[in-house]
Design a protein. Structure first.
Lengths: 365, 301, 258
């Protein structure tokens, strides 16, 4: 693809007999903020190291800016990696750290000076140029690591769990800042993380990986609202589930008869993927889509289920409800506080859960 | 054979106040007394004797004269000193060249395999130094294995004099002290974060630049420790030049032995010993200063 | 990095081979039937047999063993005591004294040998086995100290605190907790000191008198008389013994690290 900055074709990397990277094919667009998301051991760091050149694939190809990278060592790839531990050279100052890549490429002194200074200012560390990494805070070190990569104007910047070492407050600030810098500079960024909220916040597109395979690639809301598998659904955010079999099927809408529950009519859900009558499926619904009311009758395309409130937990800006639908089914609901007209339910109360058909998703069980 | 243990600085985790009640202070006394009586005092005696005069049949006549030290400026002694320093320096350089790759390789192995390799490196060191030197005598002599191999390979026609030469001495010294270089280097490389090497590589550095700009500066303390641990014993070597060297390969150690036991000029021998000591003290002072400098910065400034 | 690894591995193996090859050659030729030739003439044990007949050699061996045993016992006792006693000091004085005690390991052996010789002559103590023993103890003491202190440093002080908390007196803490944990290091250190004593030449050279020849001294005089397969055989034995002892020492210490 012409506007493709990074492409992997059928990439395979084995560790012993297991495939850490199992036929991964990705196309990352120029200027995109692309996250690879997955639990530890999913193979995402392996993909990053293959892109950077620290490991060679057993099969498959890597192309960066349409140039094949087979056999190209890391120091000749137009790629820079921001390490999880930052890997700042302790014996060099901030300035010297950032200038390192430029020096290795033998750029003239004046150009190095101006580019490093610009990079320092972009990450707001202009005054720290003469300090040593050990004298900086974690957040400052991270910014130096970022500047050190960006100053080389690579085609792609790779980030390995960039925010993992920061505390919550700093983390959220850095998410915003990182994204802002990326947009300002316009460089392609590939970020690896196991933190799904982070991936969803910062990325233009996300790839979800598990055990070496890419399960789904898409924009954050696609991944969240339309996961293609139970694993993705469960990994990204909380999910409420119902298993049952498909009893009706028409116009992209299916009706599911949930096992163990007896609603007045089958649960109506959108069918995004191929489902046939009689299939066993799982209906997935996000907690924030659950509405609680005392009304028993569904209207329009709504689904209604009866439940008993098991717990109501106050959580600052939200109320979290644990709702028991049956012996085997326990759902979570998140209701925002502040809307004055919302009724608060207490533990033990009987309620009716409502949601509309286009808010849930059906997946193969 | 001296048996220095090139390990990390010895510290215990016990804070000063904690151990006080546990071990009685008198435990120190016997060991300290022994060391003082049979090490420090003898050294002081040597120092004193270096200012004395030689008796008619050997022995010491107690006076104070600096002539002994002045005598050392004689070209003959000077040459031997210079040669010793040269040999020791060449040995150190060779040990560094050979030892660094080995240390780097071991340090990058998975932890379990490191122990075996380190043991392999250290064990020859703990065997009899005489035997190890003799081994080279055996191999390098004119009817020895080395000559046989060279002739057999067609590189030379007749056996050449490999033994009793400067080269043989340096070879013997390198062989003897290589393990001393490997251990501190290994410790230093082991402490180096491998991510730093990768980061440098990621930032367009060639392999040589990675070594020169990242690995070397950050392993400097280990390099210096290793060099000192090789240089100091090499300078005072005795067995190696005695067995492997020719008449002109004499080193300070041989000279000292010669003065003491053959010429029986103890004052001169003592002066020689103390000049040797002087070099060592200088070398150690350099080491401590560099080492302290490192601690303050946390790395090389 | 992968291509480089092969080169590095090859070089490292080469280095290690360099360390062992001369010894291997030596041992190999101790079985060579020919006296002088560097070519293989057949397998024989006659050189080893010749050693067994050599009276002077056996006497030297006996001396070596005696010196080694006595100096090891002394050095271990004194060394352990110093290692423990150092715990008492504040960190500054501890560093100074520890550094001073380490000096015998750093100073070239020839200086130690010469200094001891002068010392003994000046106090009119005749050179003989006792003087050799004194010298060996002097350089083995720091060795033991270093090994024991390294182990001491790895001990969790909370173990002793726990024992104390459970009612043990300081002596009991030492006897039931500290010493058992230290024992592998003490044994290892003793084995190390024993080996070093057996192998020592230079200090022994200067502190031995007539009739107190040790094995290394005998080897030296044999070498000075010229290369011979008996020396090969003797060397082979010495090497094997040293390696065995050191291997044992390291194994003992390693066991304790689990």
């Amino acid at each position: 693809m012409a506007d493709c900055s990074v492409e992997t074709r059928d990439l395979v990397k084995r560790h012993g007999s297991t495939a850490a990277v199992d036929h991964v094919s990705l196309q990352i667009k120029r200027g995109e903020f692309f996250s690879i998301l997955g639990p530890s051991g999913a193979g995402k760091t392996s993909v990053l190291r293959l892109l950077a050149g620290f490991e060679r694939p057993d099969e498959g190809e890597i192309l960066i800016e349409d140039r094949p990278m087979t056999g190209v060592p890391p120091n000749r790839r137009p790629v820079n990696l921001v390490f999880q531990s930052y890997a700042l050279f302790p014996h060099l100052t901030v300035f010297q750290n950032i200038a390192f890549g430029l020096e290795m490429r033998r750029l003239p002194r004046e150009e190095i000076e101006s580019r490093v200074q610009a990079a320092l200012e972009m990450v707001r560390l202009g005054k720290q140029r003469a300090r040593y990494p050990s004298q900086l805070s974690g957040g400052e070190q991270q910014r130096v690591a970022l500047a050190r990569a960006l100053v080389n104007r690579p085609a792609v910047v790779l980030l390995d769990e960039p925010l993992a070492a920061l505390d919550q407050q700093l983390r959220q600030e850095m998410q915003v800042e990182l994204k802002a810098i990326q947009e300002q500079v316009g460089v392609t960024m590939v970020c690896v993380t196991h933190h799904q909220e982070e991936a969803l916040t910062m990325s233009d597109r996300v790839a979800v990986m598990d055990r070496g395979r890419v399960l789904q690639v898409g924009r954050p809301h696609e991944i969240y609202d339309a996961p293609v598998s139970l694993f993705v659904a469960r990994f990204i955010g909380l999910s409420n589930e119902l298993t049952g079999s498909v009893v009706t099927l028409e116009n992209g809408m299916c009706g599911v008869d949930p096992s163990g529950l007896h609603p007045s009519r089958p649960i109506r859900v959108r069918c995004l993927y191929n489902v046939a009558l009689g299939d066993r499926v799982t209906v997935v619904l996000r907690p924030e889509r659950v509405r609680l009311s005392t009304e028993t009758r569904p209207s329009g395309d709504e689904n209604v289920l009866e439940a008993r409130v098991e717990k109501a937990i106050y959580s600052g800006h939200e109320l979290h409800y644990l709702l028991r639908l049956s012996d085997h089914v326990l759902w979570k609901a998140r209701v925002a506080n502040g809307a004055g007209d919302r009724k608060r339910f207490a533990a033990g109360e009987r309620v009716f859960i409502r949601w509309s058909a286009d808010e849930g998703v059906v997946l193969r069980a | 054979m001296n048996a220095p243990v090139p390990s990390d600085p010895i510290t215990t985790s016990v804070e000063p106040g904690e151990g006080v009640a546990r071990y009685p202070g008198w435990l120190l006394a016997p060991g300290l007394c022994w060391a003082v009586l049979f090490f420090f005092v003898p050294l002081l005696i040597v120092f004193a004797v270096s200012f004395a005069a030689r008796g008619t049949y050997g022995g010491v006549v107690w006076t104070f004269r600096l002539a002994n030290y002045a005598d050392l400026l004689h070209p003959l002694y000077f040459r031997i000193f210079a040669q010793s320093i040269l040999f020791a320096a060449v040995t150190t350089a060779l040990c560094l060249l050979l030892g660094f790759p080995l240390a780097y390789y071991i340090a990058r192995l998975p932890r379990r395999r490191q122990g075996i390799w380190l043991m392999l490196v250290m064990i020859p060191f703990w065997t009899n130094f005489l035997v190890r030197t003799y081994a080279w005598m055996f191999i390098l002599r004119t009817e020895g294995v080395m000559n046989r191999l060279l002739i057999g390979a067609g590189l030379i026609d007749a056996p050449i004099e490999l033994l009793y030469s400067d080269g043989a001495v340096v070879l013997g010294l390198v062989y003897g002290y290589l393990p001393f270089m490997v251990l501190p280097l290994y410790a230093a490389v082991e402490r180096l974060d491998p991510a730093l090497v990768e980061a440098a590589w990621d930032l367009y550095a060639s392999r040589w630049s990675v070594f020169r700009r990242v690995v070397l500066p950050l392993t400097k303390p280990g390099v210096i420790a290793g060099c000192l641990l090789v240089f100091i014993p090499s300078l005072g070597a005795f067995i190696t030049p005695d067995l492997l060297g020719g008449a002109r390969s004499m080193m300070v150690g041989n000279l000292i032995q010669h003065e003491y036991l053959v010429v029986r000029d103890w004052p001169l021998g003592s002066a020689l010993s103390f000049v040797l000591m002087g070099f060592l003290i200088v070398a150690m002072a350099v080491y401590y200063r560099v080492d302290a400098g490192m601690d303050r910065q946390g790395s090389q400034p | 990095m992968i291509r480089r690894r092969v080169w590095l591995q090859g070089m490292s193996l080469g280095n290690v081979l360099f360390l062992y090859l001369p010894i291997a050659v030596l041992v190999l030729f101790s079985f060579n039937a020919s006296r002088l030739s560097a070519t293989w003439q057949g397998f024989t044990l006659k050189w080893y047999a010749a050693l067994a007949e050599d009276r002077a050699l056996l006497a030297a061996t006996w001396n070596s063993l005696l010196v080694a045993v006595v100096s090891t016992v002394l050095a271990t006792g004194l060394g352990v005591a110093v290692a423990l006693g150092l715990e008492r000091l504040g960190s500054r004085s501890r560093r100074v004294i520890e550094g001073a005690m380490l000096l015998p390991l750093v100073v070239p052996e020839i200086m130690m040998g010469v200094a001891l010789m002068l010392f003994f002559v000046l106090i009119k103590l005749p050179l003989g086995l006792p003087t050799v023993i004194i010298g060996h103890t002097a350089f083995n003491l720091p060795l033991v100290m270093v090994i024991v202190r390294a182990r001491l440093g790895k001990l969790d002080p909370r173990l002793e605190e726990a024992a104390s908390d459970l009612g043990a007196t300081p002596w009991q803490v030492f006897r039931r907790v500290t010493f058992p944990l230290l024992r592998p290091a003490v044994v290892g250190a003793a084995l190390m000191a024993f080996t070093v004593s057996l192998d020592d030449f230079i200090v022994t050279f200067f502190t031995a008198g007539p009739g107190s020849t040790t094995l290394p001294l005998k080897v030296y005089s044999m070498i000075k008389s010229g290369v011979s397969p008996e020396i090969n055989a003797l060397s082979a034995i010495l090497v094997l013994v040293s390696m065995g002892l050191v291997g044992l020492s390291l194994a003992v210490q390693r066991v304790s690290d689990t």
